[in-house]
Ligand binder design. Structure first.
Ligand code: GRF
Length: 217
């Protein structure tokens, strides 16, 4: 089976990137991580990717001034040059324009640290605590022009504990992120996701197994 060529876009520490790289080491995994791109030269994740033998690129957005599209054209050209088929955002802290999102429609996914559509945007863990929710989690979704709004592929739920801080809750959610992102990319690379009317359907869903991770009580 030929493996689908995937790029991961990062801006920071890259722990989700590392989870995807680890998953892709399995011989039966349907994707290979062929490229890691950071928009920040100092991103810690770059070192982790290099240590894993993955080709890396820095495309520094600050070199493009305020012109988002020229930055994205450079991104798009690099992805094409490496024959990338799917793109995973993993802590990539740049909003992407409708132009870029349109070019990668249904081939571009993101992980968000909340159970969407709740808590879109930043500081999700502090906001979940402030709201007093008892269950929190993470979502892998297709990217659409509107932030944190695309069709949901997979979700993981974690309990919110009475004594949680934003940091302890973030750590629990992050561990769940590392489990669902590789599962979601597997389904995408296997060609088992169909987006219809803004919803993502999973072909042969029963065999997909464990796409909803629930808290252990
Ligand atoms: C994760 O919590 C992810 O959900 C969010 O940004 C964070 C990135 O962490 N989009 P890492 O760089 O993958 O460690």
């Amino acid at each position: 089976m030929s493996r689908r060529r995937v790029a991961i876009l990062i801006s920071g520490r890259g722990s989700n990137m590392a989870a995807l790289i680890e998953a892709a080491k399995a011989p039966d995994y349907p994707a290979e991580i062929a490229l890691v791109i950071s928009n920040r030269p100092e991103a810690k994740g770059l070192e982790r990717a290099k240590a894993a033998g993955i080709p890396t690129l820095v495309i520094d957005h600050s070199g493009f001034g305020r012109d988002r599209e020229s930055f994205e054209r450079a991104l798009d050209a690099a992805l094409k040059a490496h024959a990338i088929e799917f793109v995973c955002l993993a802590g990539f802290m740049r909003l992407l324009t409708p132009w870029f999102v349109g070019r990668w429609e249904n081939r571009l996914i993101n992980i968000h640290p909340a159970l969407l559509p709740a808590f879109k945007g930043l500081d999700t863990h502090a906001r979940a605590l402030a709201a007093g929710v008892k269950i929190h989690g993470a979502t892998v979704h297709f990217v659409v022009p509107e932030m944190d709004s695309g069709p949901v592929i997979a979700q993981a739920a974690v309990p919110v504990n009475e004594d949680d801080t934003a940091e302890t809750l973030a750590a629990r959610v992050l561990a769940a992120e590392h489990r669902i992102y590789p599962m979601a990319l597997r389904l995408l690379a296997e060609g088992r996701l169909r987006v219809v009317d803004g919803r993502c359907h999973i072909v042969d869903a029963r065999a997909a197994g464990g796409l909803l991770l629930a808290p252990e009580i």
